[in-house]
Design a protein around this ligand. Sequence first.
Ligand code: IPM
Ligand code: MN
Length: 371
Amino acid sequence: MYRVAAIGGDGIGPEIIHEGKKVLDAAGERFGFDIAWDDFGIGAERYLETGELVTEEELKDLSRYRAIYFGAIGDERVTPGILEKGILLRIRFHFDQFVNLRPIRLLEGVPTPLAGKGPADINFLVVRENTEDFYVGIGSRFHGSQKTTLCIERELYHAIFNLDIVSDAEELAYQIGVITREGAERVISYAFDLAVQRQKKLTSVDKANVLSDVYGLWREVFAEVAARNPGVSTEFTFVDAITMWFVKNPEWFDVVVTPNMFGDIITDLGAMIQGGLGLAPGANINPVGTSMFEPIHGSAPKYKGLNVANPVATIWAGSMLLDHLGEHAAASAVLQAIERSIADGVVTKDMGGHAKTSDVGNYLSRIVLSG
Ligand code: IPM
Ligand code: MN
């Protein structure tokens, strides 16, 4: 028996989580375990009513779970950034979910926009650092005369105002990216562990040729961890170049480890080459704490309540959740069922089909149950 926390969130979030629970329950029935779901009413609706994002009380409650099943957040009535930072990033940071694991895998029967590429060519893992970089939330904006009253560190102050381009700027904004040796090392080591299992190659992403402080440190740490893992073949790529290779030669990649923001960007590209955002799952992992499983897409408010959204990314994220709990057979049964449903043409509109969100969930549950 497992207890899992569920946060449907906004837009299509609650519908896709509903289907995900169905399929995971079916997997439990077949493989002999039970999941007790505890729902948390976190999201835009409550924020608009009460001003609460995630409360301290909820964080305490959530800390009792090994897994959170998360739908999506985002709502047109709320200024961009409030829900994203106040809910999603808050949970990732609070629980120190330092790995954001995003499989880029073209399933059998799914069309990819890449000409001449198939499932054998597109099958790699992106390990995105999830707690540092430009996501740390240090930044500010200054207007006109305010500049002189800045109370930021002197070095930073001079660095900014000695730049010709801003010396007489009317308005200025800055944001700081932070990489720590420890932060880089733990996520890079996690990626090396995966690469050891898969026995192919580990690629590190950075932009050390320009952002040489932060990504210089990242690269240095990668080289150090590589030296401790002589059995793994490794390479460095610059982030701009990797976007090109994802499109031209996705078969080159096996495990890709990347700082947070580049990881955000390249996994949307990855989602597209694996057939679209409706098919891209993610796991925010703290190997010794509370992890969170979610589709990488957003809340798609215009499809809310219409029963048309593709639940596959969420169900696949559910398969990752099962893996995380140690239910490996159940996890692969769910993934196989997804492939079967695609082969059988039970797919939603985004994939050219007519199935409703709930049809896909029902169909997958039946396949998972019957084996
Ligand atoms: C993602 C999203 C989030 C991110 C946003 C919603 C905070 O784009 O999970 O990729 O930037 O990490
Ligand atoms: Mn993103």
